[in-house]
Write a protein that binds this ligand. Structure first.
Ligand code: CO
Length: 222
């Protein structure tokens, strides 16, 4: 099939639905975007950024890649971060990974999948860094879950250490960087209790998250 008709039909229905209760929805959005959030997430089809936090178009700037990696020299991710912070002036950067991440699983197992292995090498580096903590866990499931969490914690650190975020903080811009994890099993987000709002906070926040309790669902007794 040369034209994916079903997707175009879905799109027409979606656009009609969006304007049914708000006739100027697209006209207004086309003028400008002022999203308060920048989301860095996994490309996994089961973790659609806007949908899981219930935000419509215009509310969240999004960058996704395999295993939500923030590599120091990745111009794609860094350019999105710089645009979000310097131009859009988002107040929050959210690094959101997920349990059961295929990229993290491949890193843990050392699977050979092809070119992507070179990207996943960043997650293997996270495993190497925390090998003692991860390998002490009783089974592969627990090791995978903890590596998913630690990968997010390390990527939050990378965001905070970027020139973009350090420069924003040093000129007094209000900016919080968060680490969250999503569960495919129940559709709920957990907070990794790493929220950094200044360079001074970073070491303590990082160490607490690295050594701390498992992720928790805010607003729910556990
Ligand atoms: Co994933």
């Amino acid at each position: 099939m040369r034209v994916l008709n079903q997707l175009f039909a879905n799109n027409r229905a979606w656009a009609e639905d969006a304007t049914r209760s708000d006739r100027d929805f697209f006209a207004r959005l086309s003028q400008q975007q002022t999203p308060p959030y920048f989301w860095i997430g996994c490309s996994d089809s089961r973790v659609p950024a806007n949908q899981i936090v219930g935000l419509p178009p215009g509310e969240m700037f999004v960058h996704r890649n395999v295993a939500n990696v923030v590599a120091h020299a990745d111009l794609n991710c860094l350019s999105a971060l710089q645009f979000a912070v310097d131009v859009l002036k988002v107040g929050h950067v959210i690094v959101c990974g997920h349990y059961g991440c295929g990229g993290v699983r491949a890193a843990l197992r050392g699977d050979r999948l092809g070119l992507v292995d070179n990207w996943i090498r960043h997650v293997r580096d996270v495993h190497d860094l925390h090998r003692r903590q991860i390998d002490a866990l009783p089974d592969e499931q627990a090791r995978l879950e903890r590596l998913c969490e630690l990968n997010i914690i390390e990527q939050v650190l990378n965001v905070c250490q970027s020139t973009v975020v350090r420069d924003a903080w040093s000129r007094g811009q209000t900016l919080a960087v968060h680490g969250w994890i999503y569960s495919l099993n129940d559709g709920l987000l957990r907070d990794l209790n790493m929220c950094v709002t200044s360079e001074a906070e970073l070491p303590a926040q990082y160490e607490a998250a690295r050594d701390g309790l498992r992720a928790q669902i805010p607003g729910r007794a556990s």
